[in-house]
Write a protein that binds this ligand. Structure first.
Ligand code: ADP
Ligand code: ASP
Ligand code: MG
Length: 408
């Protein structure tokens, strides 16, 4: 029997009426002949509110307890969803990650899924029930509770779609698809019909909050067709799929901005084998995610290394920096805080020239200073002043004419 996974984000289950609406979608899919698994986020801004509550108690809540607290949000929404489906005369059951057997590693607040036991879900489906799984949470082998990082109900959904071999994973949200940039920042942003996993992975990692980046990694690895669409309308949204040839013709398919970053610069390091390895061993030891690593060297045997971290990792990163300072007897560490990163992404960059020049020109004309530049095969990123991030994003969006339909 064909199977579909439907994920509903916070705004799509923000109140009773929206929960009923989401329930009706799942029932409709069942009536269309699908087995239906739902992955559901906490209602509205519940997760933010729970974090604020923790901060009212202490500035530095233990991460284990934060995970205990935050996972309650999803337990509320899944049980209400099951009640909504029951009230419409259909069978449904809500399950936490522990009840499913969604196993993660041991990193509180940003655990990664290691495996999912599909037996319980399959058993419930075979009894004609719609199965509603709590997004964003997992357990480890000993039953401890973990969360998978902000926005990670998407990842729960796509991982479920992968293990259950779903025909499609539908991501229901408050926009009707993936846009060329965040429509809240650039009203001229245009919805795209289709985008490759690689592009979406870059966009998500570079700040497009519409999808959690781990979800795209699962989608790519396990060939899950992902359909991002509005929970308020029936219009077709955006399909995230493997790359097809025509995608190469579009040079830039999206622009993102990521704020709340800090950049560390370590100067006066010895320029010899093993120094970078040692530094990033400290970083990994604290589970800090760093990005935009740049190393340069001078002719006096010294090197400097810079990298960016998200504000959520800043406190942990300061511990890392202390360890590095002690080891290398560094006196001065520069920390630029806050900084922002604006990026252009597109698989067409592989085969087109002049992309960087066009982006840098646009920023120069808008008088945006570039502090650092990093690139990959399909993206160019610039570290800039956060106060200029919106103008930078709009300028790049206009320079690549992203508001216009690409030529056929
Ligand atoms: P949900 O609660 O459904 O998971 P999110 O708030 O996580 O919803 O994601 C949807 C939001 O992502 C949109 O309201 C939009 O403002 C933002 N967004 C950022 N970048 C993009 C983009 N490129 N395309 C569409 N939406 C984007
Ligand atoms: N409720 C979680 C969050 O707000 C997970 C999610 O919505 O995807 O981050
Ligand atoms: Mg989200």
């Amino acid at each position: 029997m064909k199977l579909i996974v439907q994920k509903f984000g916070g705004t799509s289950v923000a109140d009773a009426e929206r929960i009923h609406r989401a329930a009706r979608r799942a029932i409709q899919a069942k009536q269309n002949g699908y087995q239906v698994v739902m992955a559901v986020s906490a209602m509205g801004k519940t997760t933010d509110k729970l974090i604020s509550l923790a901060q009212e108690i202490t500035d530095d809540p233990p991460k284990r307890e934060l995970d205990m607290l935050l996972t309650t949000g999803e337990q509320v929404s899944i049980s209400l969803m099951a009640m909504a489906i029951h009230s419409a005369g259909h069978e449904a059951i809500s399950l936490t990650a522990g009840q499913v057997g969604l196993i993660t590693d041991n990193v509180h607040t940003k655990a990664r899924i290691k495996e999912i036991n599909a037996d319980r879900i399959k058993n419930e489906l075979s009894q004609g029930r719609i199965v509603i799984v709590a997004g964003f949470q997992g357990i480890n082998e000993t039953g401890e509770i973990f969360t998978l990082g902000r926005g990670a109900s998407d990842t729960t959904a796509v991982a479920l779609a992968a293990v259950l071999n779903a025909e499609c994973c539908e991501i229901y949200t408050d926009v009707d698809g993936i846009y060329t940039t965040d429509p809240r920042i650039e009203p001229k942003a245009r919805k795209v019909d289709r985008i490759s996993y690689d592009e979406m992975l870059e966009l998500a990692s570079l700040g497009a909050g519409v999808m959690h980046s781990r979800a795209i990694e699962f989608g790519k690895k396990y060939n899950v067709d992902i359909h991002v669409r509005s929970s308020f309308t029936d219009t077709t949204g955006t399909f995230i799929t493997h790359e097809v040839e025509q995608m190469e013709e579009i040079v830039v398919s999206g622009v993102t901005v990521k704020k709340d970053l800090a950049q560390f610069v370590l100067q006066g390091l010895p320029n010899r084998p093993g120094v970078a390895a040692g530094i990033f061993a400290h970083v990994a030891g604290h589970n800090v995610a760093v990005d935009d690593i740049i190393q340069t060297f001078d002719d006096k045997g010294k090197a400097s290394i810079s990298f960016t971290v998200e504000h959520s990792d800043l406190a942990e990163c300061k511990l890392v920096i202390e360890e590095i300072c002690q080891e290398h007897k560094l006196e001065e560490i520069i920390c630029h805080d806050p900084v922002a990163k604006v990026s252009a992404v597109g698989v067409g960059m592989r085969s087109h020239t002049g992309v960087a020049q066009k982006m840098f020109n646009a920023l120069a004309e808008a008088k945006v200073n570039i502090n650092a530049i990093t690139t990959s095969e399909i993206k160019i990123s610039c570290i800039i002043d956060p106060d200029q991030s919106e103008v930078a994003l709009q300028t790049i969006h206009a320079a690549f004419e992203l508001d216009k339909e690409p030529a056929a």
